[in-house]
Design a binder for this molecule. Structure first.
Ligand code: COS
Length: 382
């Protein structure tokens, strides 16, 4: 039986996220985008933590909010209506490896980072390298086993929360000759000797999400910080990306698209001279197309989330959702700009920001070419 009525709990979380967006995110989003405030992060992150929005997917027994993936997707859409980068930060994406592969002791020690409402922390998913992006299996950061420690050396780039994280999940190879079977995941706290954070990226959009370089020079960590077994890192990364492609990308795309659609609709219905033009099919049909694709993408996000919550194999569906919802977000934002016209091209109007933010969704969490590749392999392998 299919039922689209949200549970009481889901409705409460949706309402809470909507209120948080109106009160806390919308007033800041424009300023952050334009670089008018630099030090916004910790106060806002603190407020997200207080509301349980930073630890949504972490079970209550570890101090988190204990939301399933579907409820997280509903919340993330609402936050992304206010700001895509902030919504992305709230997904706590970087703790997913720990949730998937962590031991009980590791979870107890490290999940507490973001669940600490007084002193919240962020984490980072450090997979990408200058020469290992789409080809994630080409990771060349090394992990040398010495006694009861590993010694890590290498450079990670385009790392979200790169300069803010208190914990990094670093993917490194213990034996390059083994290819992907040498890749291993490690939990690396930010205060270890030899870890340094390089410059932040100066990006086209998504300014509220910090992206940077992380360098590891003879970083020594205890064996207990290895996540999973040696050689399991690549599969852990792929499983993590399956979740992120839906929650941190698909749901963010639906939120950004909704914001663009709502901005265009508001403009077209507010002024009487514009209202007369809005009735023309050349305009109103675009509105119908925009809403149809937002609704379709949301259904894909919800279905993928539901599949993962029910432990169904969701690799293909997650990749379909990723490229469809992110292509949709950019198209809807662009259409919104076109409908509003020259006003939308101005920097004091939000639509140009939505276009810049939506563009990143086609690139991060695996480019849309990679998502199409993963989905098509899934289709052909039955
Ligand atoms: N869950 C579990 N295992 C998975 C998996 C998943 N979702 N996806 C792949 N694997 C396993 C495969 O089963 C295979 O294992 P076996 O060799 O034991 O059969 C192994 O991982 C290798 O998979 P595959 O053959 O598909 O690897 P490829 O090198 O051909 O392709 C791609 C890997 C390109 C899909 C991968 O490198 C990728 O996703 N790249 C993009 C990286 C990315 O998204 N980066 C963004 C970083 S965060 S912004």
């Amino acid at each position: 039986m299919i039922d689209f009525e949200l549970s009481q709990e889901q409705q409460q979380w949706q309402r809470k996220a909507r209120e948080f967006t109106e009160k806390e995110i919308k007033p800041l989003s424009w300023k952050i985008d334009k670089g008018l405030t630099q030090e916004y992060h910790w106060p806002l992150i603190g407020k997200m933590a207080e509301q349980g929005l930073l630890s949504m997917g972490i079970p209550e027994e570890y101090g988190g909010s204990g939301l399933d993936i579907l409820t997280m997707s509903i919340v993330v859409e609402e936050l992304a209506v206010g700001d895509g980068g902030i919504a992305f930060t709230a997904t706590g994406n970087s703790l997913v490896p720990l949730m998937i592969a962590g031991t009980e002791d590791q979870k107890k020690e490290f999940l507490a980072l973001t669940c600490n409402k007084k002193r919240p922390g962020l984490a980072a998913f450090a997979l990408t390298e200058p020469h290992a992006g789409s080809d994630a299996g080409a990771v060349s950061t090394t992990a040398r086993h010495e006694g009861h420690e590993y010694v890590l050396n290498g450079e990670k780039c385009f790392i979200s929360n790169g300069d803010l994280a208190r914990l990094y999940t670093v993917f490194a190879t213990v034996d390059k000759t083994k290819g992907i079977r040498g890749i291993t995941a490690f939990l690396v706290p930010d205060d270890v000797k030899g870890l340094s954070r390089g410059k932040l990226e100066d990006k086209m959009g998504f300014h509220s999400s910090h992206t940077g370089v992380v360098v590891l020079s003879d970083v020594r960590i205890p064996e207990e910080n290895r996540l999973g077994q040696e050689g399991e890192g690549f599969k852990i990364a792929m499983k993590v990306l399956e979740v992120l492609r839906v929650v941190s990308c698909g749901a963010v795309g639906v939120g950004i698209a909704r914001a663009a659609y709502e901005a265009a609709l508001r403009f077209l219905t507010t002024y009487s001279n514009v209202r007369a033009v809005a009735g023309q099919q050349a305009i109103s049909f675009d509105l119908a197309d925009m809403l149809a694709s937002i609704e379709a993408s949301r259904l894909m996000v919800w279905k993928s989330s539901w599949m993962m919550d029910n432990n169904l194999s969701a690799g293909t569906m997650s990749s379909l959702t990723k490229f469809y919802a992110s292509d949709m977000a950019l198209e809807v934002a662009n259409k919104g700009m076109q409908l509003v016209g020259h006003y939308a091209y101005r920097e004091d109007y939000p639509l140009e920001k939505y276009v810049r933010d939506a563009k990143l969704l086609q690139i991060y969490e695996g480019t849309n070419q990679i998502s199409r590749m993963v989905a098509s392999r899934g289709i052909l392998s039955g």
